[in-house]
Design a binder for this molecule. Structure first.
Ligand code: FCA
Length: 327
């Protein structure tokens, strides 16, 4: 009996050691286009949680342009990684990234921004986790429309800043979703002005929105939407810089990371009225876990996962974040 027990125990231990040795051999890259953006820092944070839980190594790399992406993939290959997850600086780099990953024998998954091929269509062979962009955009539009009504504004006197980044399909889907909902609520299409940003950050959005505000100096009430919180914050900062009071501005972003939270924490409300909180936990933790399962257990990830969002305002964001498990 004792001998048997010992044999069983030894077997269990051997299995455990084999399992952990395997996990320790796994190295996964997590490459993001804008490491300074809180959303991406949160993704890394949650991916790191998966790494700690499973015992694999996570390599975080910031790659803001195509050249850095190429170097990052070669680097991961050279250090013996087996796969990586990436949010690319430009989705048109798709075919090159797929080829480089294959040349380095690396499994590839994308997050947030989906690669497109030479024909402009999504590269479906690369597993992807993104947000339900149209639906989330609609939530943005609906919440702005409801607040226009609550403030008793006459829609014909309101201008809309569409902070746009049209080279990115998910960005188009998000703002077009917002526009669909606004129009459905009766917002006049001719009052929507395009503010194309050169980069997806606050400064670029501020510059783009300022141009629109200067062109329509007669408009006194404004709404703003864009692909993320940074875009809307840029538009809100622009309204402040031309002296439009906060109560005349309704901006709703997408994200819900630190950029939005810092705004809600300000003692007085700003024109940044709300945000649709999306889940860095799913996008960071779950993608990393799925990649790990693919490498360690040959379990292929789902080809496409689209995550949802929840509207949060100044006085509800703490609870919404708690519900989403992203405290
Ligand atoms: C894109 C945006 C990010 C974030 C992410 C989910 O990559 O640039 O700000 O919204 O989608």
């Amino acid at each position: 009996m004792r001998v048997l027990k010992k044999a069983v125990l030894t077997g269990v231990m051997a299995l455990a050691i084999a399992g952990s040795a395997h996990a320790a051999d796994v190295k996964i890259g997590f490459v993001v286009k804008q490491p300074e953006e809180p959303w991406f820092q949160d993704e890394w944070k949650f991916a790191q949680k998966a790494a700690e839980e499973k015992g694999f190594t996570l390599v975080e790399i910031g790659a803001p342009d195509g050249e850095k992406v190429q170097a990052a993939i070669d680097n991961l290959g050279a250090q013996g990684a087996q796969g990586f997850i990436i949010c690319v600086p430009d989705v048109k780099l798709g075919p090159g990234i797929v080829a480089k990953a294959a040349a380095n024998d690396l499994k590839l998954m994308t997050v947030d921004d989906r690669l497109v091929g030479a024909d402009g269509e999504p590269i479906e062979s690369v597993p992807h986790m993104g947000i339900s962009a149209v639906k989330i955009g609609e939530t943005v539009g609906q919440s702005i429309a409801a607040e226009i009504e609550a403030r008793g504004w006459d829609m014909s006197e309101v201008g809309a800043i569409r902070v746009s980044y049209d080279q990115l399909p998910t960005a188009v889907d998000r703002v077009e979703g917002a526009i669909t909902a606004l129009k459905a609520a009766g917002f006049p299409a001719e009052n929507i002005y395009d503010a194309p940003q050169a980069k997806t950050d606050t400064e670029a959005a501020l510059n783009a929105a300022t141009t629109v505000l200067n062109q329509h100096a007669d408009v006194k009430k404004w709404i703003a939407f864009g692909l993320n919180d940074e875009a809307v914050l840029g538009a809100v900062r622009a309204t402040e810089s031309v002296g439009i009071p906060a109560e005349n501005v309704i901006g709703v972003g997408i994200g819900g990371a630190e950029s939005a939270i810092n705004e809600f924490k300000k003692p007085n409300p700003t024109g940044f009225y709300g945000t649709v909180i999306i889940s860095p936990k799913r996008h960071g933790y779950e993608t990393a876990l799925n990649m790990y399962e693919w490498i360690a257990n040959n379990k292929e990830p789902e080809p496409l996962i689209l995550t949802s969002g929840s509207l949060a305002l100044r006085d509800t964001y703490v609870d919404v974040r708690k519900d989403l498990g992203i405290e």
